[in-house]
Write a protein that binds this ligand. Structure first.
Ligand code: NAP
Length: 246
């Protein structure tokens, strides 16, 4: 598989879970990858890719800090000369019923999951517009489509990604840049492990395919939207949810 040969991708939240699987898959398809996470957390992901014969560099970035986002994009340009793909994957959850949710919990989730997607996209737009090509893919959630009690902040941030992506898709379509969302259901990662077994079992009853998804199954959808094969798809929400929401 060499469909992303000579392409350069930035993946936020690439230290573990879905982001790491995305970075691994993009690299296996031939892309050079900038793995981004806080502190030195994304070093191992980059080292793993290099160990497998791919090209990768890790950057330390908190996506809520716009100055670090500019530095992340500069790293991609300095190291690999271009930016073709941005995957907005970094995300957090701070679950609590709305009545008890603090403004700090609301703001942390919306800033990390939604505002950072805007600042990251804005930072890659200039090189992509110049190249007249690009792929911006944000990792949303089934929760942004169907809602979930205890997750008003998370649901709002993920639904916001859809509106943001559709609006941006219209702004940049004429320049060969597509903007899409991949909306996973329940995927086996640290984020779902944190829910505990009883919440996970309750969730399973709502999934027609009868199991949690794998990070690599989400990565496959992201990789497709990053490839030339998806050139005529923009403003789309691609669900990877085992039928949890149709
Ligand atoms: P995860 O295992 O908890 O990993 C989260 C990733 O985001 C980590 O790499 C983390 O990096 C990074 N991150 C968080 N805050 C950051 C910040 N301020 N700056 C930079 N990086 C930050 O989560 P996951 O399950 O793989 O989820 C990845 C994405 O998929 C998220 O957007 C999540 O909302 C979405 N999603 C997940 C599921 C699911 O079932 N797992 C379902 C639907 C959607 P650090 O190493 O720096 O912490």
């Amino acid at each position: 598989m060499d469909s992303l040969h000579d392409r350069v991708a930035i993946v936020t939240g690439a230290s573990r879970g879905i982001g790491r699987a995305v970075a691994r898959r993009l690299a296996a398809a031939g892309a050079a990858v900038v793995t981004a996470a806080r502190e030195q957390h994304a070093e191992a992901a980059a080292a793993e890719i290099r160990g497998a014969g791919g090209r990768a560099v890790a950057v330390s970035v908190d996506v809520t800090d716009p100055a670090r986002i500019d530095a992340m994009v500069r790293t991609a340009l300095d190291e690999f000369g271009r930016v073709d793909v941005l995957v907005n994957n970094a995300g957090i959850a701070r679950d609590r019923l709305a009545l008890r949710m603090t403004l700090a919990d609301w703001e942390a989730v919306v800033t990390t999951n939604l505002t950072a997607a805007f600042t990251c996209a804005r930072a890659v737009l200039r090189p992509m517009l110049k190249q007249r090509s690009g792929r911006i893919i944000s990792v949303g959630s089934v929760v942004g489509q169907m809602g979930n009690a205890g997750q008003t902040n998370y649901a709002a941030s993920k639904a916001g990604l859809v509106g943001f992506s559709k609006a941006l898709a219209r702004e940049v379509a004429s320049r060969g840049i597509t903007v899409n969302v991949v909306a996973p259901g329940m995927i086996e990662t640290d984020m779902t492990a944190a829910l505990g077994e009883s919440a996970q079992s309750a969730m399973l009853t709502q999934i027609p395919l009868g199991r949690l998804g794998l990070a690599d199954e989400v990565a496959a959808a992201v990789c497709f939207l990053a490839s030339d094969e998806s050139a005529y798809i923009t403003g789309h929400v691609l669900a990877v949810n085992g039928g949890m929401y149709m």
